[in-house]
Write a protein that binds this ligand. Structure first.
Ligand SMILES: [Zn+2]
Length: 69
C-alpha cells in the first residue's frame, strides 16, 4: 500500500517490531562453543543482529506521545 499510516497504527507496528527484536535476542544466544544455540551460525548470528537493530530503531517510540495524557 502507498497510503501513509496513522500514528496509532505506526506505534502499534513499532511496538510489535520491538517485541520481535526482543524475541530474536532471547532465542539467538551464544552457546558454549561460541555459536548461536538456535541456528548454529557464529555469534552474533544475523538474526541476533537484526533483533538488536529492531530494538535500537523501534524500542523508544513514545507510547502516549511527548505531551500525552
Ligand atoms: Zn541464531
Amino acid at each position: 500500500m502507498d497510503a501513509p499510516i496513522s500514528e496509532p497504527v505506526f506505534l502499534r507496528y513499532a511496538q510489535a517490531q520491538a517485541a520481535y527484536g526482543t524475541h530474536l535476542l532471547a532465542v539467538h544466544r551464544r552457546d558454549l562453543s561460541g555459536c548461536c544455540c538456535h541456528c548454529g551460525r557464529s555469534h552474533p548470528c544475523g538474526h541476533r543482529v537484526h533483533g538488536a537493530r529492531l530494538l535500537a530503531h523501534y524500542a523508544d517510540w513514545p507510547r502516549d506521545g511527548p505531551d500525552g495524557g
